[in-house]
Unconditional design. Sequence first.
Length: 376
Amino acid sequence: MRGALAAAQQAEIVAFARSQVEAQIADDRLDPAAVGRGIGDQIGLACRVSPFHGSRRLGVARALRFDLPGVRDLLACGRISEEIAATVVSETRDLDAARRRRVDEQICAAGITELSARRAAAVVARLAYEADRAAYVARGRTARKDRRVGLRPAPDTMSVLSGLLPVEQGVACLAALRKHTDAVVAAGDTRTRDQIMADTLVERVTGQAHAEDVDVEVGIVLPVDALVDPDGAAADVTGHGPIPARIAHDILDNTKGRRWWRRLFATPTGGLVGADPRRRCFDGVLAHLIRVRDGGRCRDPFCDAPIRHLDHIHPYRAGGPTSLGNGRGVCVRGNHVRELPGWRVELVHDGRGRHPHTVRTTTPTGHSYVSRAGPN
């Protein structure tokens, strides 16, 4: 049932994308080079996922519709999962249409319906490699340029630090941590192996002697009532999210090493004060306040990318002030998409009253989506 629903949704996605391309071509305001832009963003909003995942869903739907009909039919019949279908699309993305269709036939003949997701991925990878070995090797070399490190929140005031690394480097990092842990455990350390590995990672990356002695500036937003009732409110750690106010107090009181903490106190709705509205760029304290208020993450609905641009909600060129209320943090993609014809971004609440800072985004199809500052 789920596969059939996914296949039906993908058909709707392809049809919607086609209609939007036709509308963009007919719109003489749009640069021909920009045709197709913003479609994945609209799909992401409609599906309540990020623009990245919206574009990914569009890519999967198009590939299954035009190049992988056999896999599409297996999905529609519920014989494979969405995960496996997406894996097929990803592993064959560098093949031309003819080779992709040939691999599609081979995948269906390989009994993929009887395999687990991991084994199915191995079969698809082998067939894709055999179809065009040179392209597969080139893709592996190119992927190394995409190495990166990321941080995302985890439950219970924890976080997940991850690294996308070339395979041999990832293996080497883990082996080094395990080797060091073996030596520390042999010396009688009472921490668990996982604790030792985590502490060692922090110590080696930061250069500190002990994991808890990190030198860093962290912005913590505390509601005013947390000053008198530390058990009754939540604080917000910029770039992470909400934590209990009691934990925030513990951090402030008990951390070791040199630390700089910016404690910004807010109204119950999260409102903060602004700065000089006449300047062109968001900088200094004003830029810092916007990043803290927006949690370090893009304010476009359902997007969780890091803030890269500080954007005027009401454009500066149209008389919009450079103020806390008229500013929002966005990713690069979000800042560019809003400039396309048919997109509209407007301020609903400036965050100074009873409501949090609220922005409404309207797409070319007339659908509107609301984004509120803070964990609301």
